[in-house]
Design a protein around this ligand. Sequence first.
Ligand SMILES: *Cc1c(COP(=O)(O)O)cnc(C)c1O
Length: 387
Amino acid sequence: MITQWMMADIEQLRDQGLYRRLRVMSSPQGREVIVDGKRALNFCSNNYLGLADDPHIVDAAAGAMREYGFGAGASRLVSGHMPPHQELEADIAKLKSASSCLVFNSGYAANCGIIPALYGRRDIIFSDKLNHASIVDGAMLSRAEFKRYPHADMQALEEGLKKEGPYRRRLIVTDSVFSMDGDRAPLGEIVALARRYDAAVMVDEAHGFGVLGPHGGGLIEELDLGKHIDIQMGTLSKAAGCAGGYVCGAEALKMSLVNYARSFIYTTAMPPALAVAARCAVRMIHDAHYGGQRRRTLKENADYVRQGLKAMGWDTMHSSTCIIPILIKDPGAAMAMSDQLLEKGIFIQAIRPPTVPKDSARLRITVMATHTRSELDHLLSSMKSLG
Ligand SMILES: *Cc1c(COP(=O)(O)O)cnc(C)c1O
């Protein structure tokens, strides 16, 4: 019976405080949610700008469903490629000032498709230790040699790049904003090393897109490095409030991926209504008035919470964005705190290994542009009562 070894394994997870279960959200993904039947302020959503239930986006999707139906019916290369896909890609490329854009069905699918499409057995990939699991999985699928350097350690990266080897191509890949730590990658230094040692650079902007840069183009735009980053990947599932992944770069990159990325080729196209909704979100992000205002409010909210937590003595690690970890270390303790906070009407998930390194379990707070000052104060006073 397979249930026997499964249950034995699950018991072990429970003993270690590592067992995970699903919670039901019976409301839109707003600042306030109903979680397992209880009303709570939401501090664990990636819906940073509040676009996930924005009425403009909902209307755009509803209109598109009436025009195109729901399912795309086939993969993009067979008969599923429609004007909404084309227009979404054009608008992302415009926002990113890139020559081309290709959309995947998720950020996960993008990373699992891009890396093996371009790199293989004769190549080497340098990857930050804290990069997202989808980058690790993409690199594994590629069968290239996979070297992980300690988080943001440029000396270690340079040592690795210096070593001669029989490699055909070299790639450095990094998150721009680290999803569990909320700090920024040293992109300028990575670009300089890549030039010196003839490597390509791939950046995952899952948590930068929509949030950073004057037009929401991400950390790459904030640092004005667009011309130097060969593969600019991101998602439409976080700040854009929709679902999907994108990659921007040279026209040749798009042509290669259309021909070789298996997670693009062997899957049904994104539903056209989703592409229309995502395009609407991208345009709102790009808009200086709408997107710019939300980005400013988001930054103010995040700075307010981070400063408040630090003043109480909590360890917010190296966070400099709207992702604010509170380091607890022990997974059981982090879980207990998450439960206590929910009792007080504050929803914050405990993040435990293997999502984060051993002994670094944490509460991971994500702030949204739509949170009000009094909601942020409620969060801070609840954290105070725990401390
Ligand atoms: C969330 C995330 C992804 C996956 O994106 P989805 O669109 O949710 O599949 C990829 N990379 C990073 C860094 C992420 O945080």
